[in-house]
Design a protein around this ligand. Structure first.
Ligand code: GLA
Length: 374
């Protein structure tokens, strides 16, 4: 049996064991529900609702593995979503720029849409100028994932997708499994697992756009951000890393202590859209960033096992899409904090390797944790 499926069955078994103990004390309300949400490529699309004991709610679709909303209470007790998006499937099919979606096989850019591996040049779709962005023309954000609910008493959802050898130009059949779960501490945990039968680059992330105020009426320029990174990777004019790893000290990229996003943004041409080199000690999970908003009293903390973080200030949002609150999604009305490996790593030998080989297991975890000051 495929190892990924075996480990999923094993984790379902353990979740069930834990749950049979908690069942004795908790009420029987389902913590995850499923509803039909439309059809794409002749396949049914669902929307799953995960809820914890605080009434925090995360909705996720198996179309693109998209997190469509993350509803928490603000400092006045009013619920709103800290993630922009839509309540119906239709606008997602108009290809908004990756709102809430799972990104793969390679998050962010690969320069000149090609890379060499073991003496072979692999050509990818040039869907972003001459570069390849977020997995190509039909990346993991536009496919239908196979969804399973491990246990309806636990707000967790498992999504699986098999990316075929040659899909979007990448080598090897890649079996991907992503588990989303919501804890009672208001943590949205995303666990990524993958295995391949041929060496291939793999870089998976989630592309949620946050606005902690809960409304796209406010920009994110007054939100404060801390990134635990002393270095970042500078880019050329097409947003491909130059290969340098530069200190943030004395530059607009210094977020080592909390700073208003708007403070130095005008010093960065086009706004922030860069990869920060996280100050990680090892591959264990650690807190790498925190975002806070005084309007709502919310703070978002990010924990990850990954070495990089793409901080993107919604520079290309142009009002084409309307958020669920009826407000147009204009420039800087939302931001992304995408945990990842560095962009263009397959062409940058000095960056940490993103090559997954047969027999190896890709495993990364990221947690988005919300806290509210009353
Ligand atoms: C990433 C990229 C940005 C942009 C967005 C989607 O964050 O780094 O340049 O492409 O995705 O619009």
């Amino acid at each position: 049996m495929n190892k990924i499926y075996f480990s999923i069955i094993l984790s379902i078994f353990f979740i069930n064991c834990n749950n049979s103990q908690s069942n004795k004390t908790t009420a029987a309300k389902d913590m995850i529900t499923k509803k039909s949400w439309g059809e794409v490529d002749g396949k049914e699309v669902y929307l799953f609702t995960l809820e914890n004991k605080n009434g925090t709610i995360v909705t996720i679709s198996n179309y693109g593995g998209t997190v469509t909303s993350f509803v928490t209470k603000d400092k006045n007790g009013n619920p709103s979503s800290i993630i922009i998006g839509f309540d119906s499937l239709q606008p997602y099919l108009q290809q908004p720029p990756y709102f809430g979606a799972l990104i793969g096989r390679y998050a962010n850019r690969i320069g000149d849409a090609k890379f060499n591996l073991n003496g072979i040049t692999y050509k990818l779709a040039d869907n972003n100028g001459k570069n390849s962005l977020h997995g190509g023309l039909k990346g993991f954000d536009k496919v239908i994932w196979n969804a399973t609910i491990p246990d309806k008493n636990i707000p967790a959802l498992t999504l699986q997708y098999v990316s075929k050898d040659g899909e979007e130009g990448y080598p090897g059949n890649l079996h991907v499994s992503v588990q989303y779960s919501l804890s009672d501490n208001d943590e949205l945990r995303i666990e990524y697992n993958a295995e391949t039968d041929k060496a291939t680059p793999v870089n998976l992330t989630n592309h949620s756009y946050f606005n902690l105020s809960g409304s796209a009426a406010n920009t994110i320029l007054d939100e404060k951000l801390m990134i635990d990174a002393d270095h970042y990777t500078p880019v050329d004019t097409s947003l491909i890393p130059t290969g340098e790893i530069k200190p943030v000290k004395g530059t607009p990229f210094d977020f080592t202590s909390p700073k208003k996003i708007g403070k130095d943004i005008d010093l960065v041409k086009g706004g922030y859209d860069h990869n920060w080199v996280l100050n990680i000690k090892d591959t264990s999970m650690q807190k790498v960033a925190a975002l806070s908003d005084s309007i709502s009293g919310r703070t978002l903390e990010i924990f990850t096992t990954q070495p990089g973080l793409q901080f993107y200030t919604g520079n290309f949002l142009d009002g084409k899409f309307i958020n669920r609150d009826g407000k147009p999604l204009l420039i800087h009305t939302a931001l992304c904090l995408e945990t990842q490996h560095f962009p263009d790593s397959p062409n940058k030998p000095n960056f940490p390797s993103t090559i997954l080989k047969p027999g190896e297991k890709y495993h990364e975890v990221t947690i988005y944790k919300v806290k509210t000051n009353n």
